[in-house]
Ligand binder design. Structure first.
Ligand SMILES: Nc1ncnc2c1ncn2[C@@H]1O[C@H](COP(=O)(O)OP(=O)(O)OP(=O)(O)O)[C@@H](O)[C@H]1O
Ligand SMILES: [Mg+2]
Length: 466
């Protein structure tokens, strides 16, 4: 791009000014004569913005006490001539290309983007960007330029890494939550085991329960015995009742013969013998019944007091099934932690692949950047202690950060950066070097150059040459 002429009407301190420009243009003038105004006018007429890209602030360009202003530019771009006029009438703005009202998008189609123009036309605009903005701008240029052919972009890879880091962080949170839960459960289990081991409650309880069982069984046995005795007693009593009272002439109950007195005497003796046996047997049974009944009632008393004791024993609050449940939970958590660990390893592997790809792409891009710069350097990545790369943006001149550079060093540094940006974007915008008096030796850029220097006592004057 080459600007052929520039006309300013009511622009900043200029009422009416017209300049014919050539390849190399030097403006001279005292302070406040309008040198910087030339740069402002060019950015304004082309893109309708200030040097820092603000559209709104251009209303401050209207000369004091005036309501209308315009700037007109004759320019050659890609071998074609254009007449651009941008004017402001009160609050109305418009731009015209060759006398036809146009939109800013049409301007950008012809001349490229406003940001690209501002960053290369002015030397002090790009350095005002914050790191992120500057880095994104350069990476966009690198990606769009054909200098490095690569499928994956920094952006996509860095986004992937950020996502992985976020996942890892979430995993860490979950892990520590699970670990905490596990800790609590383990402590619960431990305390429960300890209480079972030291307290005799459970032991006593089972002993008492065993005794109760034994007693119950004894009572059952003795009750059975008592029943047997009772039925035996009943049988003997029945036998006694059934014994007939025989007389002479009756028939014998066993042999059916008529009883004579001798036979009757024999039978009576036999019967009385049986009767005596039965009586002693009944007596024995009664004694035994009394004993068994006594034993049963003793056992029942014991059983009663044992049951009382059992009810009075404290109930174990943490039965085995709870401990089992906790142990299961501990195991489940262990499994979850294991799963998290697996995921983490997978992600770490993926991350190291991405990091390697980033490092690879970074070195390719850095090589392209370094080839275009001599004393300046532009650093897109910070190398951490562990060798990892982190997105960064540093501009340096002779190894010194941009912020600490002198005015002339800043200008030299930016002239190299302008060269880099122009090369990557394949643009050839003019460069406006304001305050040229600060710099003694200048390596001029290959494009059209417009400089401005202070010259004491001089009105704004232009010296141009091809
Ligand atoms: N809207 C405006 N109306 C009138 N004057 C303005 C307006 N805006 C800026 N000025 C003035 O125009 C003058 C020229 O400004 P400019 O910045 O171009 O000066 P300069 O020649 O670059 O000076 P320096 O040598 O100090 O850099 C300044 O005095 C400035 O205050
Ligand atoms: Mg100035």
């Amino acid at each position: 791009m080459e600007i052929k002429s520039l006309t300013l009407i009511n622009f900043k301190n200029q009422d009416h000014a017209h300049y014919e420009l050539k390849k190399v243009n030097h403006f001279f003038g005292d302070n406040f004569t309008g040198k910087s105004t030339i740069g402002d006018a060019i950015a304004y007429v082309l893109f309708g913005v200030t040097k820092f890209g603000y559209k709104l602030h251009t209303n401050e360009f209207v000369k004091m006490d005036k309501t209308n202003m315009y700037v007109q530019l004759d320019v050659i771009n890609d071998g074609k001539n254009y007449k651009i006029k941008r004017e402001r009438h009160g609050s109305k703005n418009r731009v015209m290309i060759d006398g036809v009202v146009a939109k800013d998008t049409e301007i950008e189609e012809i001349f490229g983007s406003a940001e690209l123009f501002l960053y290369t036309f002015f030397l002090d605009t790009f350095p005002t960007l914050d790191k992120k903005e500057a880095r994104e701008f350069i990476i966009k240029l690198l990606t769009q330029s054909g200098y490095v052919k690569e499928e994956a972009t920094f952006d996509s890879m860095e986004k992937q890494l950020t996502a992985i880091r976020r996942k890892e962080k979430e995993r860490k949170n979950r892990s520590s939550y699970y670990c905490g839960q596990q800790e609590v459960l383990k402590k619960q289990i431990e305390q429960t085991t300890v209480s079972v081991g030291t307290e005799t409650t459970t032991q006593t309880r089972s002993l008492v329960e065993e005794e109760i069982n034994q007693l119950t069984m004894n009572i059952q046995d003795n009750t059975m015995k008592l029943n047997q005795l009772q039925s035996e007693e009943k049988r003997l009593n029945n036998e006694k009742m059934a014994t007939p009272n025989l007389q002479v002439g009756d028939s014998c109950p066993t042999c059916r013969q008529i009883l004579f007195s001798e036979q009757l005497a024999l039978l009576e003796e036999e019967t009385s013998q049986k009767e005596a046996n039965r009586t002693s047997e009944l007596y024995r049974i009664r004694l035994e019944k009394e004993q068994v009944t006594e034993i049963i009632s003793k056992y029942q008393q014991q059983l009663f007091s044992l049951k009382e004791k059992l009810y009075s024993l404290p109930v174990d609050e943490t039965p085995n099934h709870l401990v089992k449940q906790w142990q299961q939970q501990v195991n489940d958590i262990e499994e979850k932690l294991h799963q998290l660990n697996l995921e983490s390893t997978e992600d770490k592997n993926e991350a190291s692949l991405i990091k390697a790809a980033i490092a690879n792409l970074a070195s390719k891009y850095q090589l392209v950047i370094n080839q275009q710069l001599t004393r300046s350097s532009m650093i897109l990545f910070q190398t951490l202690k562990n060798g990892e790369l982190r997105p960064d943006f540093q501009l340096q001149y002779d190894g010194k950060p941009y912020r600490v550079l002198s005015t002339s060093e800043k200008m030299r540094c930016m002239l190299e950066v302008v060269h880099l940006i122009s090369t990557l974007s394949e643009t050839n915008y003019p460069v406006f070097i304001d305050n040229l008096e600060s710099i003694t030796h200048l390596e001029p850029p290959a494009t059209q150059i417009i400089t401005a220097s202070v010259k004491k006592g001089s009105p704004l004057t232009l010296y141009s040459k091809e």
